[in-house]
Design a protein around this ligand. Structure first.
Ligand code: SAH
Length: 218
């Protein structure tokens, strides 16, 4: 059989599959939808050209403007932690490259995503459009206030480290919703926190230690 059989076939497919097996499954991520999304999204198209060959390596990469695309394992870990499924509505704060948004968009109904660096908001919107992600709605702005127009959200993922969890995000979490956010001082190690809303009450758990770029304010 010659030619391209699957639209997702590309020269990095083997590297992407190795990434999923060696960096993600071997460290305990097992959610089928998450693994499928990580095998599908062409991460090399979300990094600057000069880093393309490192796109599937086990570390974060610079995306310009002092920001980074998270390490693949962390993206998979956070995706699994919010229990994504087909009917859910997600909010992401910190679009960056758009990679995490694309991974979520492979699984859930709609992803709303907010980015505070205008150039990144524009670049990621163009990238996601080009790749055919019609169910990602992005905007430029300060994600601190969430996106009341589309609330409540079943899933909220914050990909920048905050000293404190923004109250508007907690308010915009749906019943049975899940929010993950790195909490802690900037330029230090933070703790990834999971909030679940059950019968209107917030349950908080500590997941793991992470290192994220700081949550900024306009
Ligand atoms: N999820 C991204 C990772 C981006 S790094 C990806 O998959 O590539 C974190 C991003 O959060 C940066 O782009 C940063 O500019 C953005 N950010 C920081 N504070 C923010 C805020 N208050 N609102 C929206 N975006 C914010």
């Amino acid at each position: 059989m010659g030619g391209k059989i699957l639209s997702q076939t590309d020269k990095y497919e083997a590297a992407r599959n190795r990434m999923v097996t060696g960096q993600i499954m071997d460290r305990g991520v097992s959610n089928a939808a998450t693994l499928r999304a990580m095998r599908k999204v062409p991460r090399h198209l979300f990094v600057p050209k000069e880093y393309e060959k490192e796109a599937y390596d086990d570390y974060p990469l610079p995306i310009g403007y002092g920001q980074t695309i998270s390490q693949p394992f962390i993206v998979a870990y956070m995706t699994e932690a919010v229990k994504p499924s087909i009917k859910k509505k997600a909010l992401e704060i910190g679009t960056g490259s758009g990679y995490q948004a694309a991974v979520l968009a492979e699984i859930v109904d709609t992803v709303y995503t907010i980015e505070i660096v205008p150039e990144l908001a524009k670049e990621s919107a163009e990238r996601l459009k080009k790749l055919g992600y019609k169910n990602v709605i992005g905007k430029y702005g300060d994600g601190y206030k969430g996106w009341p127009k589309y609330a409540p959200f079943d899933i909220i993922i914050v990909t920048a480290a905050a000293e404190k969890i923004p109250q508007p995000l907690i308010d915009q979490l749906a019943e049975n919703g899940r929010l993950v956010i790195p909490v802690g001082a900037p330029s230090s190690v933070q703790e990834l926190i999971l909030l679940e809303k059950k019968n209107g009450k917030i349950e908080r758990s500590r997941l793991t230690f992470v290192r994220f770029v700081p949550f900024k304010r306009l």
